[in-house]
Design a binder for this molecule. Structure first.
Ligand code: NAD
Length: 476
């Protein structure tokens, strides 16, 4: 049975309750997991508070050294961790390998910043005094993670937090806790002191993290409805929150685009991780002149996406993570069809004995999708792409921005002027111009509108795990 990691101990839930983690490709139970609750979060928060005193007092260069060593050790185990991620999440082993490595690389990236916390000297009107602005760690932080990229999204929170001298109570998604536990164990084996990262498990631990008074900041990646609940629950404590929420990223392709390159990027952008990505391209707006050519190429690429168990070498797309998630995407597609959309490729479920027990789905491409259909107004968290025809960039920008979400966005064009307008006018936290949707470590990542606020990645994420403190020194 898996255990939680609290203050250096491997423990079950204080209630003694457990639940099961299932394999989305086979429907088999793969592990029994503690079903933690508020008491377990309390213990983890106290452990984290105790550990934080010593962790924050370490010389920053020493903290950086410990984190690099721990990250190296974890990276040495990435190949063993990847199949655990595939078994619990469903993604292909190739996708899991990339993600497992991203965990260690992220810890190492922020480790480099641990000894680069700078402050300011400020001259004051009374010249017998002067001011300083210091940066201090916040203390104990909470990290709440979804199931679509369990490792990447855990590392996005844990890495900057601990590099800046904070400690963490981490809650993986209830359905994907196992690879995360392995990653944290491996950091500890590699020298990360016990108590710096504590892991609690079970659906009831999320709210307990948000409302625990010792936890001063909460970073959530999840859906927009969850983000709203978390913000409301954190308000009575005036807790800092970072909310990385849902998205419905638009992509605009203009007549002067490189259609082959656009098709390649859009196919990855929509179908990677079986379409279960916050940054996936969820609405495609294509100018009339290249509409047919792009559609042909997208269909050609989608044909190669053979669904299958992520552990099989010939699988190009794993199952959806849960049966409920698959039913939701199927309902969104049906809603578009009912309103007059046409399915031009795929749809439905793959047939055959190998698919019987898993949450498999075929990729789908639809055209003539009305703007008021669920595929356009909601987030589609699965491998279904609505392709809409536009006259020009003006229409593309208006339709792209007509969404409550504002996470990512992209444009394909060879016109500098069009690209410039898109960069200025698309309402989103990220805009890719003729590029694949990758969130780079070096660039701040986060949404606007109902996609949330606060940043992960980049210096901004690191500084958001520190608090500024002003100091005045009198010279008498
Ligand atoms: P979810 O909102 O259901 O759950 C996310 C996490 O929050 C889970 O660990 C869950 O247990 C916890 N949680 C749920 N209710 C809570 C509450 N009231 N208080 C505290 N914690 C609570 O999301 P999901 O279904 O796991 O993930 C998919 C969603 O995440 C999609 O909407 C997707 O777009 C979004 N997402 C966003 C980003 C981003 O960076 N913006 C990245 C990946 C996924």
């Amino acid at each position: 049975m898996a255990t939680m990691i609290i203050e250096g101990e491997r423990v079950g839930a204080s209630s003694g309750e457990t639940y099961q983690v299932m394999n989305p490709a086979t429907g088999e139970v793969i592990e029994q997991v503690p079903n933690g609750g508020p008491d377990d979060v309390d213990r983890a928060a106290r452990a984290a508070a105790k550990a934080q005193q010593a962790w924050a007092k370490l010389a920053p260069a020493e903290r950086a050294r410990i984190l690099h060593k721990a990250a190296d050790h974890m990276l040495g185990q990435a190949e063993e961790i990847a199949p655990v991620l595939t078994a619990e999440q469903g993604k292909t082993i190739l996708e899991s390998r990339i993600e497992a490595r991203r965990f260690g690389e992220n810890i190492a990236w922020f480790a480099d910043l641990a000894d680069k916390i700078h402050g300011e000297y400020v001259s004051l009107p009374d010249t017998t005094t002067y001011g300083l602005v210091l940066r201090k760690p916040i203390g104990v932080t909470g990290a709440i993670v979804p199931w679509n990229f369990p490792l990447t999204l855990a590392a996005n929170k844990v890495a900057p937090a601990i590099a800046a001298g904070n400690t963490v109570v981490l809650k993986p998604s209830s359905t994907t806790p196992l690879a995360t536990l392995r990653c944290i164990e491996s950091l500890i084996e590699g020298g990360l002191p016990e108590g710096v990262v504590n892991v609690v498990l079970g659906p009831g631990t999320g709210d307990a993290i948000v409302t625990h008074p010792l936890i001063r900041k909460v970073a959530l990646t999840g859906s927009t409805p969850t983000g709203k609940k978390v913000m409301a629950a954190a308000a009575p404590y005036l807790k800092k929150v970072v909310l990385e929420l849902g998205g419905s990223d638009p992509c605009i392709v203009l007549d002067d685009a490189d259609v082959d390159e656009a098709a390649k990027a859009i196919s990855v952008g929509r179908f990677f991780n079986c379409g279960q990505a916050c940054l996936a391209i969820k609405r495609l707006y294509v100018q009339e002149g290249v509409f047919d050519a792009l559609l042909d190429r997208l269909i050609e690429r989608a044909r190669k996406l053979k669904p299958g168990d992520g552990m099989n070498r010939d699988s190009r797309m794993g199952p959806m993570h849960t049966a409920g998630q698959r039913a939701e995407v199927e309902a969104q597609v049906q809603n578009a069809l009912d309103r007059g959309a046409r399915l031009v490729f795929g749809g439905g479920r793959p047939q055959g004995a190998e698919y019987d027990k898993g949450n498999f789905i075929n990729p789908a491409i639809l055209v003539d999708v009305p703007e008021d259909s669920r595929m356009v107004t909601e987030e589609v968290f699965g491998p279904a792409l609505p392709v809409m025809r536009i006259k020009d960039l003006d229409e593309g920008l208006v339709r792209a921005n007509a969404s409550p979400f504002g996470l990512g966005s992209s444009i394909w064009t060879s016109s500098m002027k069009a690209a410039h307008r898109a960069v200025q006018e698309l309402e989103a936290g990220y805009t890719w111009v003729n590029a694949l949707q990758i969130a780079h470590d070096e660039l701040p990542f986060g949404g606007t509108k109902e996609s949330g606020f606060g940043k992960e990645h980049g210096l901004e994420a690191f500084y958001q795990y520190t608090e500024q403190k002003s100091v005045v020194y009198g010279l008498v």
